[in-house]
Design a protein around this ligand. Structure first.
Ligand code: 8DG
Ligand code: MN
Ligand code: MN
Length: 364
């Protein structure tokens, strides 16, 4: 029983928002495996199981060095029996049978490919899977009804499943800024999402738009979209391809910002102009635009910077530990029954009694 008396190898706080998670860490062989199981659980619409694997992976991301033996994980939070079993197997044999058979399974591969289509969620992909659809190409000559977003998603499937580089994100930023300034001078745009957390590539580019004069931002999104739309036409010019509006009446757990999930046409960054002339090289890129009133801006930046698990734990921590309710609009203190104002992310962390975690350490 000497083992039991040894102090734990690592100490890790319970909630992702209480700890620093840098982008680069030392246990990718383990976290990739757990995240694949999380993804597969999500494909099966088992959210609890999916979050559990995601949490386990996230804890490993905060460890200062690579795990060698399962005993080193003693006392760490969020590592359930199943996750520990998978980790142990990988540490001992180099791979987990469950992970590898999931990776190879027809269902996992089909769901991965189908949910990779812009505008296709787990529910739709699962229905198609049960009807025999396996690959995006199966949809081209099938009877399946596709909405406009899904048609665009299918059309640009390859581009949209190619990572967006930081350079491409910056180039998109220039276009968005141009559009926004044209319809509302003085508006401010902020890069959010993974790129704000320091990622060098991403699946899309996320922007938050606001204006220092409260109210000026109202109705901005349709104007921006319209401006981008009318830029289409000139050959070889950056332009706007497609958009998917948020639901007309968003469910209560979604925020109420004006938003637009869109696809941009971005001219190739690497080609010289004469070469571009010949081949019309361009790439379709997913862009998320969100408009926030200035008074809610700090909450919106915090809410749209991610990671998804970091956001989930921020809200859970607010509710469970502080009896407060946090979303990307506001912070409500249920005990005092009032909204707490904040003009910066630092202030919000402080109101929650949390140490400030900079965006680069929110890669939970
Ligand atoms: P990636 O694109 O590089 O893959 O990573 P990411 O930038 O972290 O992921 P994302 O899917 O673009 O999401 C960025 C953040 O936006 C994430 O923290 C969650 C947040 N977000 C949505 N949808 C919604 C929503 O409907 N409401 C709120 N408040 N936040 C949302 O993706
Ligand atoms: Mn993103
Ligand atoms: Mn996004």
């Amino acid at each position: 029983d000497k083992l039991r008396l040894d102090p734990p190898e690592f100490t890790v706080k319970n909630y992702a928002c209480q700890r620093r998670t840098p982008l680069k860490h030392n246990n990718t062989h383990l976290t990739h495996a757990l995240e694949l199981l999380a993804e597969s659980a999500a494909f099966g619409e088992n959210e609890g199981r999916s979050v559990a694997f995601t949490r386990a992976a996230s804890v490993l991301k905060t460890l200062p060095r690579s795990v060698q033996r399962i005993e080193e994980l003693r006392g760490l939070p969020c590592l359930g029996e199943h996750s520990l079993r998978v980790i142990k197997e990988i540490l001992e044999y180099g791979a987990s049978q469950e992970v590898e058979s999931t990776r190879q399974s027809e269902q996992y591969q089909a769901m991965k490919a189908l949910t990779g289509i812009f505008g296709v969620g787990v529910k739709t992909a699962d229905r198609w899977y049960r009807e025999g659809v396996r690959r995006p190409s199966d949809l081209m000559d099938s009877e399946q009804k596709l909405n406009q977003a899904q048609q665009a998603g299918l059309q640009h499937y390859k581009d949209l499943n190619t990572c967006v580089s930081k350079a491409e994100a910056d180039a998109i930023g220039v276009i968005v800024d141009q559009a926004v300034q044209a319809v509302l001078p003085g508006a401010q745009i902020t890069l959010t999402g993974g790129f704000r957390r320091g990622k060098e590539s991403g699946h899309d580019v996320d922007f938050l738009i606001t204006h220092p004069e409260e109210g000026k931002e109202e109705g901005l999104m349709p104007k921006v979209v319209n401006w981008l739309d009318t830029q289409v036409g000139q050959k070889g010019q950056n332009s706007y391809l497609e958009s998917k509006d948020g639901p007309a009446r968003p469910p209560s757990n979604m925020d109420r910002f004006e938003r637009c999930f869109s696809i941009f046409k971005l001219e190739s960054q690497s080609c010289s102009p004469p070469e571009r002339e010949k081949s019309h090289q361009w790439k379709a890129v997913r862009v998320d635009l969100v408009v926030s009133p200035f008074s809610q801006f700090a909450f919106a930046v915090l809410g749209w910077t991610g990671s998804k698990l970091f956001e989930r734990d921020l809200r859970r921590y607010a509710g469970q530990v502080k009896n407060m309710s946090l979303n990307s609009h506001s912070l409500f203190d249920s005990h005092q029954r009032c909204f707490l104002r904040a003009t910066s992310e630092e202030e919000i962390f402080s109101l929650l009694g949390l140490e400030y975690i900079p965006a680069c350490d929110r890669n939970a």
